[in-house]
Design a binder for this molecule. Structure first.
Ligand SMILES: *Cc1c(COP(=O)(O)O)cnc(C)c1O
Length: 386
């Protein structure tokens, strides 16, 4: 319970690493032996904690990591991760030496970028790159064969640049209708054929594609499902194994009071007690990512659902209590409390968004604590202490 001593507020995220381990193992066990799993830990491990998720995934069968930005890769290196890391997004050419010195693999999709890094790279460094192909996502990537071949040639002409992989990203692998997915897949195969030499790593599938199809090539990029969340509500019924949600958000009652009929709660006085009511105050608000639009959302106390009443403030919000309850009582905003559950999908539906956005939005002001082998554990320098 040391983690609890490292912060001084009564709101925390609990990340169950046992769930992440199981979500990784379940997927890994379905992959052919020669297919690698890349654990996607961008955005601080989708809000769960980058290094903790990375270590858990690597222990459970992932062989490399992927992030969106170079900063995220460097943060993992600083925390002692030495597994291969691929930066999926764009990296500025003038950052190539930093990437190279930290053994971080970059994504390439522009001819000019290859020329630039060639001019900027120090003599004795080497950089490993993956080609990104835009087969229909319309985000980043090479869109035609002639550019692809020019880039391949430029890479081959420079001994310091090693072409390790080629990949694409699907736009609709999480919708029931897979026709556009099939088009992208066909285009990917066609473009890969245009390469003179096939790189070692060919990868296309995100969680949705890996869960629903066997288009693994040499590897998959496993993100949302690792955290126990479905890639979309639509395909929930198609999942080949149950996903275990790792993320819980809890707080405690810091104040409890009885209101008389007509008493108001919070900014704007939008909530008015109709009768004598018990109201609890929670030390969490929109600055924690518990946004104002969650007004009216139910939270769990003592295994019961109770509503948030009045406006959510920056640092606090109020709930209606079934009766007088002691200060310090744990309140679950996301996760299980006895037999009741508030899922991330429930919040996503209320906010008219996707589950991915919910844990990412819970801000860094909320400390993360970790559960491993059923026990709360501490993290020091990125190493989980038993
Ligand atoms: C985020 C991301 C992934 C992971 O997608 P999930 O749906 O979370 O599995 C894979 N590839 C790329 C390029 C990404 O940006």
């Amino acid at each position: 319970m040391v983690s609890q001593e490292q912060f001084y507020r009564d709101t925390w995220v609990e990340v169950d690493l046992d769930c992440i381990k199981e979500n990784v193992q379940q997927m890994k066990s379905r992959l052919p032996i020669d297919v690698e799993m890349m654990a996607v830990v961008k955005a601080n491990g989708y809000g769960h904690g980058d290094v903790q998720v990375a270590r858990t995934a690597l222990d459970a069968g992932a062989s490399s990591l992927a992030v969106a930005f170079l900063d995220e890769a460097l943060a993992l290196r600083q925390k002692g991760i030495d597994a291969p890391i691929l930066v999926l997004g764009a990296t500025r050419a003038d950052h190539v030496n930093v990437a190279a010195k930290n053994n971080i693999t970059l994504t390439v999709f522009q001819e000019e970028w290859i020329r630039e890094i060639g001019a900027l790279m120090e003599k004795d460094v080497t950089i490993s790159v993956h080609l990104k192909l835009d087969t229909g996502m319309g985000r980043i990537g090479i869109r035609d064969e002639s550019t692809l071949q020019k880039i391949e040639r430029l890479i081959n002409e420079d001994d310091r640049i090693q072409l390790e992989g080629v990949f694409t990203h699907f736009a609709t692998a999480d919708s029931l209708d897979l026709s556009y997915f099939e088009e992208q897949l066909a285009r990917f195969k066609e473009m890969v054929e245009a390469l003179h030499n096939k790189p070692k790593m060919i990868h296309a599938s995100n969680s949705a594609a890996a869960l629903r199809t066997t288009n693994y090539f040499n590897g998959i990029r496993y993100g949302i499902a690792m955290y126990g969340l479905t890639p979309s509500v639509e395909i929930k019924g198609e999942l080949p194994f149950p996903l275990k949600e790792a993320f819980s958000l809890r707080t405690t009652l810091v104040h409890v009071k009885k209101l008389a009929p007509g008493d108001k709660v919070s900014y704007g006085g939008t909530y008015e007690a109709k009768e004598e009511e018990w109201i609890g105050t929670l030390p969490i608000g929109y600055a924690d990512g518990w946004i104002r639009r969650l007004q009216g959302q139910e939270v769990l106390i003592d295994g019961m659902r109770v509503p948030i009443v009045g406006r959510i403030c920056m640092d606090q919000c109020m709930i209606k209590l079934p009766k007088e309850l002691p200060i310090g009582t744990v309140v679950t905003l996301i996760g299980w409390d006895k037999k009741e559950h508030v899922s991330i999908d429930e919040l996503a539906e209320r906010l008219d968004t996707i589950n991915y956005e919910i844990p990412c939005t819970i801000s860094s002001r909320v400390p993360r604590i970790y559960v491993k082998s059923g026990k709360t554990i501490d993290v020091k320098n990125g190493v989980l202490q038993a």
